[in-house]
Design a binder for this molecule. Sequence first.
Ligand SMILES: [Ca+2]
Ligand SMILES: [Ca+2]
Length: 255
Amino acid sequence: MYGFYGGSIVDNIFREGTKLIRITAIRTVLLVVAFASFCAVAADNTDMNTPDAAVDDANSSGVAVIQEDSFGPGFCGCDFSGDGLINFDDFARFVPQLGMEDCWITNDWCDKYDLNHNGFVDYLDIAIIAGCWVSEDTTAPTPDPMQWDRSLDEGGFNGLPREIWIGPNETFDWGATMRADPNSDDDTGLEFYFHCTNLSGFDSGWISFPDGPPYKYTVMIGSKGWLSQWRVRARDRSINKDTNVTGWSTPVIAE
Ligand SMILES: [Ca+2]
Ligand SMILES: [Ca+2]
């Protein structure tokens, strides 16, 4: 009798669990179907993505990509993964937030998931994602070609390549220092390559600056008067970073 009673509880728990899984699965399928419909509509209605429906993106190289009504993160205003591509990776991050209310400045618009800042994470935000569906960042940072930072630092120096004493021994501890100057950040972030054109072994390789500007590179070279010549270029950090590369800046000799 006791065993039968216990089994009944287990059966109930099992039934309720199964029901919950079934409801969750149905909701997920309905959501994906609804989203696929949004994508189909967006694909059919190309007018949704014409420049008239978008605004200029100050964070990329001038190509209009951000939807006019989106204040969300990164590329297209809805790149939650930050890779410059809008796909299921972003949608999967968005879905758990669907239905959130009381989005406001104080909670960073529901942690940025309220894309249009109307106070809710809802179907209007899904429409924004659908409008950017499978779009990807295909533009290099600006300016293109990259340029040197000619502003003066606290020491009164501009960012053009110059020799600098960086060691305790004034004969052998000279290096070169320089700064690049992108005119804005990029949707996915920036990387720079400082290239020494006449001496080997001093290139920076692709480097990033997690703390942002100044984008400054300093390298030990040896003694004074080596007349190393430098140029710099930049790329973004998107899935297309191998092709989203600026041209080289003008070469400058460090003196
Ligand atoms: Ca993404
Ligand atoms: Ca919203």
